[in-house]
Design a protein around this ligand. Structure first.
Ligand SMILES: *Cc1c(COP(=O)(O)O)cnc(C)c1O
Length: 347
């Protein structure tokens, strides 16, 4: 069952809204074994959003945005994307027999994300310039032509994405003390905060989490307090210089008593390897920015060790393997019989 069916009373849908789903959501909340132990944390969980149908959390909001677009009579979806939004829009368009036209920053998106959009049958347009420019272009398009804009400036995206907060509370029986996630265009931190607040108001949780956002050092407009003209980071999903939901992110941070900080690409790549090699969870670079930040907070004594912490792993590591494997040992070339192999491998 998808998120619309599971949470319909908390979503802006009616009987007139077509049912759209790819069985998104219901992702695992995996309890950490080894990172928690190494950091001395009592309860640490990973919300593994990479297991959504197109490999990122974008599917949660896309199904709602597409359902509402269909309800309004739209036939064409458009978006700007660093990769995952285009993959998700393309998949749901295919599912609903709509057209999708996706605009990507030329030469900047991970190959596997591009392959998804192409395979799902979207029209992919590579635009010169970065994501922020592509978003400005599609906003203009959507203002003047009969197309549905499905970036996270679309309020239905945020509505659908808040269901991840519901799932966490449903799984834990309460809200965590800390919720850590990456911040790019800032729709997701806005959505989680809304979800936690709505559940709290409905009496489903006694507490609210502190919202902790991670940006990449070279793309940290919210941390710096001003737009970044030429954002730079290996974490392409958060390589954004002027977030559309800026205000939503700072409200989430301030109202929850949380924080938003930047981590370096080196910290991100280290966290990616640690997560994969000690927990068996492979997440894309943007997804592990909050884990890199968690290491810092614990090291500096800024996060209580008996707190319940959830780190959102927003996208699958299979989205962008080139960046990841550039940092590990390549396969070894060996040949020979069992005996010589065993000797070489110290078995
Ligand atoms: C889109 C995305 C982000 C950033 O989310 P925002 O809502 O833009 O802040 C982070 N990680 C992954 C994997 C994404 O696809």
């Amino acid at each position: 069952m998808g998120v619309i069916a599971r949470y319909r009373e908390r979503l802006p849908v009616t009987d007139a809204t077509p049912m759209v789903d790819l069985d998104e959501g219901s992702t695992p909340l995996v309890e950490s074994r080894n990172i928690a132990a190494s950091l001395g944390l009592r309860r640490l969980f990973f919300k593994y959003e990479g297991l959504n149908p197109t490999g990122s959390f974008k599917d949660r909001g896309m199904c709602v945005a597409v359902a509402k677009a269909l309800e309004a009579g739209s036939k064409v979806l458009v978006c700007a994307s660093t990769g995952n939004t285009s993959a998700s829009a393309a998949a749901y368009a295919a599912r609903c027999r709509m057209r999708a036209v996706v605009f990507i920053p030329s030469g900047e998106i991970a190959l596997n994300k591009l392959s998804q959009a192409l395979m799902y049958g979207a029209k992919v347009v590579a635009l010169k310039g970065n994501f922020d420019r592509a978003l400005a272009t599609v906003r203009e398009l959507a203002d003047s032509y009969p197309v549905a804009l499905v970036n996270s400036v679309n309020p239905y995206r945020i509505e659908g994405q808040k269901t991840a907060a519901f799932e966490i509370v449903d799984a834990l029986g309460e809200a965590p003390d800390y919720l850590l996630l990456p911040v790019g265009n800032a729709g997701n931190i806005t959505a989680y905060w809304r979800g936690f607040r709505e559940y709290h108001e409905a009496g489903k949780s006694a507490n609210l989490p502190r919202m902790v956002g991670a940006q990449a050092e070279g793309a940290a407009p919210i941390v710096l307090g001003r737009p970044v003209e030429n954002p730079k980071t290996v974490a392409t999903a958060i390589k954004i210089g002027n977030p559309a939901s800026w205000e939503g992110a700072t409200s989430a941070r301030d109202e929850s008593g949380g924080l938003i900080e930047a981590v370096s690409d080196t910290e991100i790549l280290q966290a990616q390897i640690r997560l994969a090699s000690t927990e068996g969870l492979f997440a894309e670079p943007a997804s592990v920015a909050p884990l890199a930040l968690l290491y810092r907070l614990v090291r500096e004594g800024r996060l209580e060790k008996d707190a319940t912490t959830v780190v959102v792993l927003t996208g699958s590591g299979l989205k962008d393997p080139d960046v990841a494997i550039a940092n590990v040992e390549p396969p070894v070339e060996l040949d020979g019989d069992a005996r010589s192999l065993a000797k070489a491998l110290k078995l």
